[in-house]
Design a protein around this ligand. Structure first.
Ligand code: PMP
Length: 426
């Protein structure tokens, strides 16, 4: 392989110290030591165009965010059992980005914890225990939400209270109405639960389904299924960990593309631009029902440093017009990719919204046979050419493209040109 001694040594130390549960990206794992904007740098100073890290939404090491973090860390960091303005100022600023019906926020450190809390609150509010997720969903690492994350594979038990439904996949729908089919599948899952005496609590889905294959279209495809779960006494939890914070371009949250008002929303990853923070946002009735029976204390969730960071991230998104940037640059990137599809027949589908883009690779456009090995080779070749992306979907044949929201037109052109070269070399 193309690894040097230092990289081989790092890999061996990781295996020895961290054990076997971790995975590295790429056949030749990447050693990076610095980030700035859309660029990541290896120890030799070679730049890599980051088209994958949705966490660093305002760009790696953004000075405004770093300054806010340092400033607050130098003054005070403690927890939510003392009075402090920052958590309230940030809560107000964050909630102002949501429909007014979503009036409460509870802070956690990770998306997993936010989903775990949403699960507890959904149970408390509905009195149900049944959950519906998509077949290849990922919602996190705790014992409860790993059971709602079938993408972790068959070794993770799903539990009697969990039902999976096929994700709405327009490209592979065979012309059927994906919204209708998805709603019918949710209804069947509810019937199956009821037959076993399980009361439904919630439907939990990403508003652009990421691990299922970057499934975005047609906008609105979740709405009918949400009606179905509500009619059955359950609630709808929108997992915005990936699409949230302006990534979809025309709106702050993915659920808005579906014309939906969720009962609960979970956010994370980009919220702190890399600083670990996440939250559950919910209708006050639900938070009341949870708080009547449970107390909640998360040692680090909502601490003054995190809230200062979260505030700074929102300020940058606003000041630098990053949602609009995601809309414009995302649209030109998709146009560029569609143009590539005219000469590379392996491109079966280009989809997404804003800077959340999926490119499905197929061996044959008629049979739509997934080009799984080719996709793996392509992702590795892109890394060698200095551009970072990854794959998704049941056959990992969908390029997952989620650059920082500061991605420029020039970055998008470089991305498309590099993909063009890599596809030609395939
Ligand atoms: N939900 C989704 C959709 C995610 O992508 C992730 C992280 N990959 C999570 C939840 C869990 O977030 P975290 O890793 O912060 O626990």
């Amino acid at each position: 392989t193309g690894l040097n001694d230092r990289e081989r040594d790092l890999i061996a130390r990781r295996e020895r110290l961290l054990g076997p549960a971790y995975r590295l990206f790429y056949t030749n794992p990447l050693h990076i030591v610095r980030g700035e904007g859309v660029w990541l740098y290896d120890p030799e100073g070679r730049p890599y165009l980051d088209a994958y890290n949705n966490v660093a939404c305002v760009g790696h090491s953004h000075p405004h965010v770093v300054a806010a973090l340092s400033r607050q860390a130098a003054v005070l960091n403690t927890h939510t059992r003392y009075l402090h303005e920052t958590i309230l100022d940030y809560a107000e600023k964050l909630l102002a980005k949501f429909p007014k019906e979503l009036g409460n926020v509870m802070f956690t450190c990770t998306g997993s914890e936010a989903n775990d809390l949403a699960v507890r609150a959904a149970k408390a509010y509905t009195g149900g225990t049944g959950f519906i997720v998509t077949e290849l969903a990922y919602h996190g690492v705790t014992d409860a939400v790993s059971q709602l994350s079938p993408s972790l594979g068959p070794s993770v038990p799903r539990g009697d209270h969990v039902r999976t439904v096929p994700a709405p996949d327009l490209y592979r729908s065979g012309g059927q109405d994906v919204a209708e089919v998805f709603a019918r599948n949710v209804a069947a899952a509810i019937e199956d639960m009821r037959a076993k005496g399980i009361k439904p609590a919630a439907l939990l889905v990403d508003t652009i389904l990421s691990s299922d294959g970057v499934l975005s279209d047609p906008p609105g495809f979740l709405a009918k299924a949400v009606d179905v779960i509500r009619a059955a006494g359950g609630v709808f939890i929108a997992d915005e960990v990936q699409p949230g914070f302006g990534r979809t371009g025309a709106q702050m949250w993915g659920f808005e593309r579906h014309g939906l008002l969720p009962d609960m929303v979970t956010v994370g990853k980009p919220m702190g631009n890399g600083h670990p923070m996440a939250a559950m946002i919910a209708k006050p009735d639900i938070v009341q029902a949870f708080g009547r029976t449970s107390r909640y204390f998360n040692t680090f969730g909502g601490n003054p440093v995190s809230c200062a960071v979260g505030m700074a991230v929102l300020e940058v998104i606003e000041r630098e017009g990053l949602m609009e940037n995601a809309r414009q640059v995302g649209a030109s990137m998709r146009r560029g990719l569609e143009h590539l599809a005219e000469k590379h027949s392996i491109i079966g589908d280009v989809r997404g919204a804003g800077l959340f883009v999926g490119v499905e690779l197929v061996r044959d456009r008629t049979s739509r046979e997934p080009a799984a090995q080719e996709t793996a080779r392509l992702i590795n070749d892109m890394r060698e050419r200095g551009v970072l992306i990854s794959g998704a979907g049941p056959h990992a044949n969908i390029l997952k493209i989620r650059p920082p929201l500061v991605f420029s037109e020039e970055n998008a052109d470089l991305f498309v040109a590099t993909l063009d070269d890599a596809l030609a070399a395939l």
